[in-house]
Design a protein around this ligand. Sequence first.
Ligand code: NAD
Ligand code: ZN
Length: 355
Amino acid sequence: MKTVMVHTAKPYEVRIGCGLLGQAGEWLTSLTKARVAALITDDTVDALYGDTVASALAGAGLRVERMCFPHGEASKTLETYGKILCFLAEHRLTRSDAVVALGGGVTGDLAGFAAATYLRGIAVMQIPTTLLAMVDSSVGGKTGVNLPAGKNLVGAFHQPVGVLCDPDMLSTLPPEVFADGTAEAIKCGVLCDEALFATLATGDWRADIEAVIARCVSIKADVCAEDEREANRRQLLNLGHTFGHAIERLSDYSLPHGHAVAVGMVYAARIATSLGRCEADCLLRLEAALAKNGLPITAGYSSDALANAALIDKKRAGDTLTFVLPQWIGVCELVPVPVERLPELSRLATGETTI
Ligand SMILES: NC(=O)c1ccc[n+]([C@@H]2O[C@H](COP(=O)([O-])OP(=O)(O)OC[C@H]3O[C@@H](n4cnc5c(N)ncnc54)[C@H](O)[C@@H]3O)[C@@H](O)[C@H]2O)c1
Ligand SMILES: [Zn+2]
């Protein structure tokens, strides 16, 4: 087992190890005074792992109340959130009880947001079941739901009491969902760790999965601890996301997040290369690493379409967008860009023009 401490205002531990799932109950009772655990999950994950987790929780003396919702992003709504809150109230969870979020990023965000707001906040343990949730969404404390007007428009920061990652669960993930998480892991390598990048670039790193997850978690934890509420350094985690979000939007969300981020990172590297801010081989190494992991390196949208879609990015602060650009593999910089320059940068990103 590997452990990573996340040093937020209330520090917590991330445990990573194959076979850890059976210890969820013991760990939760050692972290909280909970007598009831609300196990929240989606229908796919419930069928695969719900019984194992429910019996681990019950085995530690907890009363388990289990609720599942239909899998997929379409469930990340105020309606499902409301149903979870009502479920917690109907089963009379108290301030000292706990929510257990078992699933991918959708479950973590939904159940985490319910835990953040029910009785003004009760404990949540995150048990991520996708690679993306293990390396990214379960750490950092962001929770929330989508609105018809856009993704993740409502939410709260709510740190978990602990995060339990059992990579054995990844064996049932469809390959493209696994690849989504790989894109975020490669992002961590490009941001902070050339050795991690080199491991991932082989495309054959499943034997190292515990170490890879632990390294990504510790990178995210370091960035989030320094900057719990996303002012400066946390923006680094948006590498590939400005154009990534634009591409997701243009595809009407048919292209999965990690796939869009993969292309977004290529675009960031191409911009940095064109502006002479980046080592020459960075772009080629990135493209090769993504391709080896079954990820796309181009999306086929015009630079005009990209620029327009990027304009509605919610991370836009006034008339400036902050781009994260690689300088070399392992080091990136934050570059504020006036929105008027977006069309020009989009052309550089897609390679329609060079300087
Ligand atoms: N809070 C954050 O910081 C943060 C960061 C990144 C992404 N997110 C959010 O995360 C969500 C995406 O996460 P995701 O990709 O994990 O999506 P997801 O939760 O929808 O999971 C993807 C699919 O995989 C299935 N699944 C999950 N675990 C499985 C397993 N072990 N075996 C087989 N199937 C399994 C799910 O049922 C689902 O159909 C988005 O809503 C995004 O906004 C949040
Ligand atoms: Zn992301």
